[in-house]
Design a protein around this ligand. Structure first.
Ligand code: TXA
Ligand code: MG
Length: 357
């Protein structure tokens, strides 16, 4: 299959979106930009479209999809109830980078929800995403538009690398704004439970809804006794080809340890990458030093993280050492993705090389 890539700007863009909506309507797949990452869209009420999404991504079909809507009016038919905490969260953060988990209504097929009785719903703020959903007149099921196990795509080019030839169309809206997937919040229990951290922080959730907590299973290392409530969180996502390790500690000690680890691997003949912020880029002279953003504006780190991980793959890095980025409101989300990409390899700058959570 040939994958058509079309821009979303201007009159040409309107035509491209109309064609994309038509493709969705007849069961096809279209990748589109959102403010978080690119999504791979299909008709959210069509079990066959869900099956095609899983096949195109190479994703296990027990991992449920998010339904994307373009107005709050579209929510009630899809869910059994809308708890008051959900209303408060939607007032505060929709449209935007927040996905809510509700009990599903009968019209949502189990093929879309991975067999669950709950459904994930998001109202994205990206104008092209909204236009596509509106024109299609359907809830659009959309996981991130990457092959399973690759970093989520933040440009149309990333989507083409992974899914070119497997889907009908890619709508190109340029680089996305945020760069990490939405905050997922389960509103079916007593308090809002964050199943996946994102741009909306726990503190913001508590401010809007009066309460909130993280799913204990997503904090620290995976624990056989604790099953994450978002099935996708149990997979080792975002795995770069290189062996990635995160070095933690005081800035000077971190820079020193990364420089010495990198030098050691380079002497042994390996291709070595370093992921660091602008603030410390001058401290390293290994072959592949990537500046992911600035600690002064940590959203720049979220914005560039997946692109940098993909570039290390392309440049065939064999070892990558990264600083930790755990400060500020997006620290939880950035570290959640980075720690998983590192397979939980965290090296304290002061001590030995043992893995710690
Ligand atoms: O920002 C985003 O959320 C992007 C854009 C495209 O909207 N989408 C995205 O979808 O990240 P995906 O499929 O890559 O991740 C969805 C996550 C998975 O971890 C899945 O397990 C979880 O949401 N999820 C979906 N439905 C769920 C449900 N009913 N209960 C618990 N977790 C659910
Ligand atoms: Mg994903």
């Amino acid at each position: 299959m040939e994958t058509e890539i079309r821009q979303v700007k201007g009159e040409e863009g309107r035509q491209a979106i109309a064609k994309a909506a038509e493709i969705l309507g007849r069961g096809g797949l279209v990748a589109f930009p959102t403010e978080t990452v690119y999504g791979l869209g299909g008709n959210g009420l069509d079990p066959q479209a869900a099956a095609r999404i899983y096949a195109a991504k190479g994703r296990p079909s027990d991992n449920p999809l998010i339904l994307h809507i373009a107005s709050r009016k579209e929510l009630p038919p899809l869910v059994r109830e809308i708890p008051p905490m959900a209303e408060r969260l939607m007032d505060a953060f929709w449209p935007g980078p927040m996905t809510l988990i509700f009990r599903k209504s009968a019209c949502v097929p189990r093929e879309t929800t991975g067999g669950l009785e709950t459904v994930a719903i998001r109202f994205p703020s990206h104008p092209a995403a909204q236009a596509l959903i509106r024109e299609a007149g359907l809830p659009v099921a959309a996981p991130s538009a990457n092959l399973s196990g690759r970093p989520s795509p933040t440009t149309a080019q990333h989507v083409a690398e992974d899914l070119g030839g497997r889907i009908e169309m890619i709508l190109d809206g340029g680089p996305v704004e945020i760069g990490l997937e939405s905050t997922i919040i389960d509103v079916t229990g007593a308090i809002p439970l964050i199943l996946r951290p994102g741009a909306i922080s726990l503190e913001q959730v508590r401010q809007a809804a009066g309460d909130g907590a993280f799913d204990p299973a997503i904090l620290g290392k995976p624990d056989a006794g604790l099953r994450p409530r978002a099935p996708g969180m149990k997979y080792r996502h975002y795995a770069p080809k290189a062996e990635l390790a995160i070095v933690t500690g005081k800035p000077e000690a971190v820079a020193e340890k990364i420089a010495s680890l990198a030098a050691e691997k380079q002497r042994a003949g390996f291709r070595v990458g370093i992921l660091c912020p602008e603030e410390s880029q001058g401290r390293y002279d290994a072959a592949l030093v990537k500046t992911v953003g600035t600690r002064a504006h940590e959203e720049t780190i979220a914005h560039n993280l997946y692109r940098c991980l993909r570039e290390f793959d392309q440049e065939q890095a064999e070892f990558v050492f990264s600083e930790a980025f755990d400060e500020g409101p997006m620290g939880e989300a950035i570290m959640n993705r980075l720690v998983k990409a590192a397979g939980y390899r965290i090296l304290p700058a002061g001590g030995g090389d043992e893995k710690i959570p």
